[in-house]
Design a protein around this ligand. Structure first.
Ligand code: PEP
Ligand code: MG
Length: 565
């Protein structure tokens, strides 16, 4: 029995079998002579077949990607390379992984000796093909396919890997890395999968198929639990399920403070499959539709995208606005073929920066949103990662061009469609008064705003304790944006994870936010909390908190306030 603790993402108590995946396979090469060379040869041949077929099933999006897959394929079919590997196994009695490693080393050394720049560049692709082969031999990653109910344990997961899994089999998620607002965490929350991140080395401590107990509310996972522990987790699970049923009853009530101040609660979704949950939670619209999640594997056509957007707008429209955020790709959300090995992708080629360079992609998405706007007045459009008014004006000018193109082509759209921007870069927050002159609404992305303001990577579990939503600098920015919006008569909301944490509700309401957007599950808890609050008292509290010197004092004041009010 071994207990591990990390950061709970979506609550849930589960006992189940572990399915362990580890992407870090390079270190697993065993330099020992094999006991059974024919088994090693079989293992190699099977791994080669499986890598080849997975490579052939990929659709290259760019010429560069096509060239890379070409290198993989020719490498895995090269008679000299294959002969060397087979010889290493049958004659030298190397293990399959050692045989691959040794043959690849010889091969790449020969290429490097040619002194040719083209061949030198191909070495990276060859090493990549090698690591796919090694992964398949070790059986550690290959395809992450979950075929029976399991608790997924992994070093890390890419959003696409979770999206591709059969989610009815995913009982829970335990990851070595990841911060509380990393996109994999947001996705787990959105899919309502009990999840804990930042568990250190759980993927190398857990055995595939072993029993695991997890309580994601407390951020605790127990590997190989004894019977007593399993009984205690199951008993707690029963209580948690009853509490959840109580919370669900909250969906029937509007979010009005005890002194009659109305707060509008909306939902964040990543696809149309989130709409049912949003309606069930009583959300008053979609404050953030993260459209990029539908584009990670395939952008789709203008028409197919417009149909998806229109479906979302039609279904959710009766409850409130549906806010399509244009592609926030980059960072930890790379579309196929987008990853160009940047040193700092979080500060790099992402969101509108990517879209304004790939105008073909951007134009096509804007057209789809405009088409959907003709079918429902609920459609709103929002830009991510805007850093200031100049960038915003460029993006707005491009939107005007696309609208003109629609007019010329006879494509109908809502001429009054509301257009807004996210405020998630400190420079945008500090100039919110200027930005407000050009938009209908602003929505604060606290996940990014916090990471950029205090220079703490939101996805890095090593510094997760420094990721502090209550830092006075963050609160001052929130206050400044709220005040600027009010002065300019522009709607303002928060759509970062902070909005969905019930303990922050008194502060956010007190700072002047009356629109909050979050995952469906959080709507229930936040609504319950808001109904217990007094708006005047929250405003006084927020005023008082703004004069405190640091996050710890603010946290203490908030804890005390939540204990009383
Ligand atoms: C944010 O940054 O707070 C936000 C809502 O956007 P995302 O989490 O998708 O980056
Ligand atoms: Mg963001």
């Amino acid at each position: 029995m071994m207990e591990k603790s990390g950061i709970g993402i979506f609550p849930g108590i589960v006992v189940g079998r572990a399915a362990v995946f580890n992407h870090m396979v390079q270190d697993s090469v065993e330099h020992a002579l094999a006991d059974d060379s024919s088994a090693e040869l079989r293992s190699f041949e099977e791994a080669r077949e499986s890598v080849l077929s997975s490579i052939r099933s990929l659709k290259p999006a760019t010429d560069e990607e096509k060239a890379m897959l070409g290198v993989y394929e020719s490498m895995l079919s090269d008679p000299d390379y294959l002969a060397l590997i087979r010889e290493n196994i049958t004659e030298r009695r190397y293990t399959a992984s050692w045989a691959v490693e040794a043959a690849t080393e010889k091969y790449t050394a020969a290429l490097a000796a040619l002194g040719d720049a083209y061949f030198a560049e191909r070495i990276a692709d060859i090493k990549d093909a090698e690591s796919r082969l090694l992964a398949a031999i070790s059986g550690m990653v290959a395809e992450i396919a979950v075929t029976e109910p399991s608790i997924i344990i992994a070093d890390y997961l890419m959003p696409t890997e979770l999206m591709q899994m059969d989610r009815k089999h995913v009982l829970g998620l335990l990851l070595d890395g990841g911060g509380p607002t990393s996109h994999i965490a947001i996705l787990a929350h959105s899919y309502e999968i009990p999840a804990i991140v930042g568990l250190g080395d759980i993927s190398s401590s857990a055995d595939d198929g072993s029993i695991v107990a997890m309580d994601a509310k407390d951020g605790v996972a127990v590997l190989d639990p004894d019977e007593k522990t399993v009984r205690s987790f199951r008993a707690r699970r029963g209580i948690a399920i009853r509490n959840e049923a109580e919370l669900r009853k909250e969906a029937e009530h509007p979010a009005i403070t005890a002194d009659g101040h109305r707060i509008h609660l909306m939902c964040n979704i990543e696809g149309t499959d989130g709409i049912e949950g949003a309606i069930a939670a009583g959300a008053e619209g979609i404050g953030l539709f993260r459209t990029e999640f539908l584009a990670l594997k395939d952008f789709g056509s203008e028409e197919s995208r417009a149909a998806v957007y229109a479906e979302a707008a039609k279904r959710m429209g009766p409850y409130g606005p549906v806010t399509f955020r244009t592609y926030d790709l980059g960072g930890d959300k790379m579309a196929d073929g987008m990853d160009n090995g940047e040193a700092n992708p979080i500060l790099g080629w992402r969101a509108v920066r990517f879209c304004m360079e790939r105008r073909d992609i951007f134009r096509s998405q804007l057209m789809s949103i405009l088409r959907a706007s003709a079918l429902s007045p609920s459609v709103r459009l929002m830009f991510p990662m805007i850093s200031g008014s100049e960038e915003l004006l460029e993006v707005l000018a491009f939107l005007e061009d696309v609208k003109d193109e629609c007019r010329k082509k006879g494509i109908v759209f809502d001429e009054n469609m509301k257009v807004g921007t996210m405020i998630e870069v400190p420079s945008a927050a500090i100039t919110a008064d200027i930005i407000a002159d050009h938009v209908d609404f602003m929505s604060i992305g606290t996940n990014d705003l916090i990471q950029y303001t205090i220079a703490v990577d939101r996805g890095n579990e090593k510094i997760a304790h420094l990721y502090s939503p209550l830092h006075p600098a963050v609160l001052r920015l929130l206050k400044y944006v709220a005040d600027s919006a009010k002065k300019k008569g522009v709607t303002v909301s928060i759509c970062g994870e902070m909005a969905g944490q019930a303990e922050y509700a008194p502060l956010l309401v007190g700072l002047g936010f009356d629109e909050l957007s979050m995952t469906a599950h959080s709507v229930l808890e936040v609504r319950k909390r808001i109904r217990s609050l007094d708006w005047e008292s929250c405003a006084d509290f927020a005023d008082r908190v703004l004069s405190l010197p640091d996050a710890t004092s603010i946290e203490n004041a908030l804890r005390e306030y939540n204990g009383k009010a």
